[in-house]
Design a protein around this ligand. Structure first.
Ligand code: ZN
Length: 369
């Protein structure tokens, strides 16, 4: 996200605040400060604003505690947390990957609201037992309310909210297919997003006593995210059951190490319909032994091509990453994305080279009817 300021590290997790969050900070400070000034006229000078700022920072801490709840649940499952970011509509803990089981996904999703409800309990009890009065009692009451609202709002069952992730894990558990949970929870998110937009719009034009411009904005934010996750879920559905082998290029650029450069130049280059610049090299058993660049032919004078094998100009196989043929295609895509690579050599379980898998051939596979 643009406009994120790195604030520091929390339990080893990089912690960012989006610039939009300062808008929330000043709004809450102003709103709560002016409320305190009106309710407690004896508060002098800047004191109500200082207290307002204190309340705003506690709101900030409450959202952060909620995100740490998700983060700790993920870390307990061995999933790294890339960052925690606070922004206009709340917080986001960016996880390195998803849980492997529906049960794991359920706990990561529910942990945030559970922390919020625990804080609600804590502040409620503090408000009852401690001898607080005046503005401090007001702030403690506000914090109890904020955490209750934070927990309850996030449990609305539609993505991208936590309740949506809970729903996703339940549908995943029932159907055994994570993408079905994702699509279902995204559809619910779209319905909720549209409802919030309608409610917010109705309130803006004076047709609804509840809702505000914020309802409209939050609805738009939800809808946008739900659309994206629905799309992602549908792609996952199309990929379900497909493996790395299914995405191998039909005319994979593979050449035998023992073939002469003459043959390599004639057959592989002239016959191949697509202009491959790099070929995979296989030995007589079919195993991947290296890669060869077409440009490397220039290193050898043309008259020596007939009695020089491809092996003489090939580079080591460590130049290309490999993947096992029966790996789910979804995982292969994640590998391509996280390692920022365009192509992989696909190797069968017996060690023989199956072909080349390119990022663009996966896209073609997805677009195929
Ligand atoms: Zn949450």
């Amino acid at each position: 996200m643009n406009g994120n300021l790195r604030v520091g590290n929390l339990f080893g997790i990089p912690f960012y605040v989006n610039v939009s969050w300062f808008l929330v900070l000043s709004l809450v400070t102003w709103q709560y400060g002016s409320g305190l000034a009106a309710a407690f006229p004896y508060l002098a000078g800047a004191l109500p604003w200082v207290l307002g700022l204190g309340a705003a920072l506690m709101l900030f801490a409450s959202v952060l505690a909620h995100e740490l709840g998700h983060s700790f649940a993920a870390m307990k499952q061995g999933i790294g947390v890339n960052s925690i970011t606070l922004f206009l509509f709340g917080g986001l803990a960016a996880l390195e990957k998803e849980s492997e089981t529906p049960k794991g996904a359920f706990w990561v999703a529910i942990a945030g609201p559970l922390v919020s409800f625990a804080l609600f309990g804590l502040f409620s009890v503090a408000g009852l037992v401690l001898p607080l009065s005046g503005p401090i009692a007001g702030i403690v009451g506000l914090l109890a309310y904020i955490n209750l609202a934070l927990g309850a709002f996030n449990l609305i069952p539609g993505l991208p909210l936590d309740g949506g992730n809970v729903l996703k894990s339940i549908v995943w558990k029932i159907t055994g297919q994570p993408y079905k949970g994702l699509v279902f929870a995204s559809r619910m998110g779209q319905v909720i997003g549209w409802s919030a937009i309608a409610l917010g719009a109705a309130s803006v034009v004076g047709l609804s006593p509840v809702g505000s411009i914020w309802t409209l904005l939050i609805g738009l934010f939800m809808l946008q995210n739900a659309n994206r996750s629905a799309q992602y879920g549908e792609v996952q559905g199309r990929l379900a059951g497909l493996t790395a082998e299914d995405a191998i290029a039909a005319d994979s650029p593979v050449v035998s190490a023992s073939v002469s450069l003459r043959e390599f130049a004639d057959d592989a280059l002239l016959a191949a319909p697509s202009a491959w610049r790099k070929f995979l090299v296989a030995d007589e058993t079919g195993a991947l032994v290296g890669t060869v660049l077409v440009d490397a032919l220039r290193q050898i004078p043309r008259e020596q091509w007939a009695n020089t094998p491809v092996a003489a100009i090939m580079e080591s196989a460590s130049n290309i990453k490999t993947v096992v043929a029966d790996r789910p295609l979804m995982e292969v895509i994640q590998t391509l994305e996280t390692q920022k690579i365009q192509a992989l050599a696909v190797v069968r379980n017996d060690g023989s080279l199956a072909g080349l898998l390119e990022k663009c051939s996966i896209q073609a596979l997805l677009q195929a009817p």
